[in-house]
Design a protein around this ligand. Structure first.
Ligand code: UDP
Length: 239
């Protein structure tokens, strides 16, 4: 592992599903342990790491609303689900001696800190992994958009979107045997081709604020640390 990472500060977007492993719901403890170890390798290399975590393994506002719950309430439940995931990730990181802070966009400060940008940056400077929970704090958004927003706000040099495939493909690789990985795309190509890697609001935010994005396979050991150390061949670049 390189002692001087190429990226000084990064933001990693983990979906709630990333914590589920083979389960149909909730959190798989071996999986969250692996995720924590991957994040630790990056801070140990000297880079500052913020994480935005989703909640789809527990609740998604859209799904709850389809089931009859009022949409704003449903989204609030989704945001609270991300707080639970953040606490689980904090626990997994602390078990491997990583200093972390959970900061929430909705006030729930007996459980974790409120998100305050300057304070988040200070934690990062001290080498703590900052886990950003509750998305943007507003209904009708996703944690992809929250990740883009926070990456821009905290002045990250790279946003990493963790997925279960090693980048963006020309078609769904699970369904189309001819699908191939595309190494490099522009934001507009992702939007025009509706490649669906993140929601459009998130891509537009990254585009308009020139936040480089890398889509990578979180199940590949060392991929995250490799990218932060400067390996250009991992995943798909969106620039
Ligand atoms: N959510 C929200 N505002 C936000 C971010 C998230 O209302 O800024 C809610 C929304 O209901 C969403 C849920 O939280 O469905 C979980 O987030 P997301 O679906 O982005 O999680 P992921 O797919 O990454 O696991």
């Amino acid at each position: 592992m390189s002692s001087s990472p190429v990226y000084r500060r990064v933001l990693v977007k983990l979906s709630g599903e990333a914590l589920m492993g083979e389960l149909e719901y909730g959190i798989a403890s071996p999986v969250i342990g692996d995720v924590a170890a991957e994040l630790k390798a990056v801070v140990d290399s000297g880079s500052e790491v913020a994480v935005v975590i989703g909640g789809g393994n527990i609740f998604r506002g859209e799904g709850l609303a389809r089931g009859g719950i009022q949409r704003v309430t449903a989204d609030q439940m989704g945001m609270l689900a991300t707080v639970m995931n953040a606490l689980a990730l904090q626990d997994a990181l602390e078990k491997i001696d990583c200093q972390t802070r959970v900061m929430s966009a909705i006030r729930i400060n007996q459980v974790c800190e409120d998100y305050i940008r300057r304070r988040a940056v200070r934690h990062l400077e001290k080498g703590r992994i900052v886990i950003l929970a509750a998305g943007t704090g507003n209904p009708f958004f996703t944690t992809d958009s929250a990740a883009a927003l926070r990456a821009i706000e905290i002045d990250a040099e790279l946003m990493l979107k963790a997925t279960k495939v090693d980048g963006i493909y020309s078609a769904d690789p699970m369904q189309d045997p001819n699908a191939h990985r595309i190494p490099r795309l522009t934001y507009d190509e992702v939007l025009d081709r509706r490649l669906g890697v993140m929601d459009q609001t998130a891509i537009v935010l990254c585009r308009d604020h020139r936040m480089p994005l890398r889509v990578y396979d979180m199940t590949q050991p060392g991929a995250l640390a490799g990218i932060v150390a400067g390996d250009e061949d991992i995943g798909t670049h969106v620039l």
